[in-house]
Design a binder for this molecule. Structure first.
Ligand code: SAM
Length: 203
């Protein structure tokens, strides 16, 4: 491709392919909808996309400076009552990842479940709408005592937690497990190792 303003030639990269055909390209060119990087050797021409054309939200930045170096260790400690992992991912980080990448009714698979932050994030997001489900796989012995147990506690509520979102379930139900929605009861049941096949399971 040739930048008509500068005469710079941009070689076609066969590994990347084309996003349009020749007439489409000519249309974009006439409409000045092509962004030409300054250096043809280090950048590829791109189609300009306007905010008004994006369906639901702006393309997101992966540069989250506000989350720099944040660990989820304290969050997991609060739920489990002891230091279990030094550097689990933070809940806010995973919540943001799922919020950006998954539909509200997605089934989220984390094949490296660890402390269960991914599933915790799905549960947290569902509180403000959606029916995300999750499948976690964890190969270590702590799969039940930590991965699944964290999620059982998140679903049941952690009454002494500083984070109100963690206490909420118990406060709202006045400590009465029967008052929890049937769907949550089912997840707790499954996490306890009975009869998988519903909302979410950790193994
Ligand atoms: C970095 S941690 C996962 C963190 C987690 N995804 C999160 O968001 O907090 C990686 C986990 O994968 C587990 N793991 C590694 N290889 C595995 C395997 N082949 N099968 C199952 N679990 C595995 C490890 O035991 C470890 O707990």
């Amino acid at each position: 491709m040739v930048n008509p303003d500068t005469g710079d030639v941009y070689e076609h990269d066969p590994a990347r392919g084309w996003i349009t055909d020749k007439p489409g390209y000519k249309e974009l060119l006439a409409d000045k909808r092509i962004r030409w990087p300054e250096n043809p050797r280090t950048g590829n021409p791109r189609k300009k996309r306007f905010l008004s054309e994006t369906k639901e939200r702006m393309p997101f930045s992966r540069f989250w400076s506000d989350l720099k170096g944040q660990s989820g260790a304290d969050e997991v400690d609060e739920i489990m009552g002891r230091r279990v992992f030094a550097f689990p991912k933070s809940l806010e980080f995973m919540t943001r990842v799922l919020d950006y990448l998954c539909d509200e009714d997605a089934i989220v698979l984390d094949a490296f479940g660890g402390t269960g932050t991914t599933a915790h994030a799905a549960i947290a997001l569902n509180k403000s709408g959606g029916k995300r489900r999750f499948i976690l796989i964890e190969g270590e012995e702590f799969a039940d005592s930590l991965t699944a147990e964290r999620l059982r506690r998140v679903i049941k509520g952690v009454p002494k937690a500083k984070d109100e979102a963690l206490q909420r379930r118990r406060v709202a139900s006045g400590g009465n497990d029967q008052a929890r929605p049937a769907r949550d009861q089912q997840v707790v049941h499954e996490l306890a190792g009975h009869d998988a096949g519903g909302d979410g399971a950790a193994e």
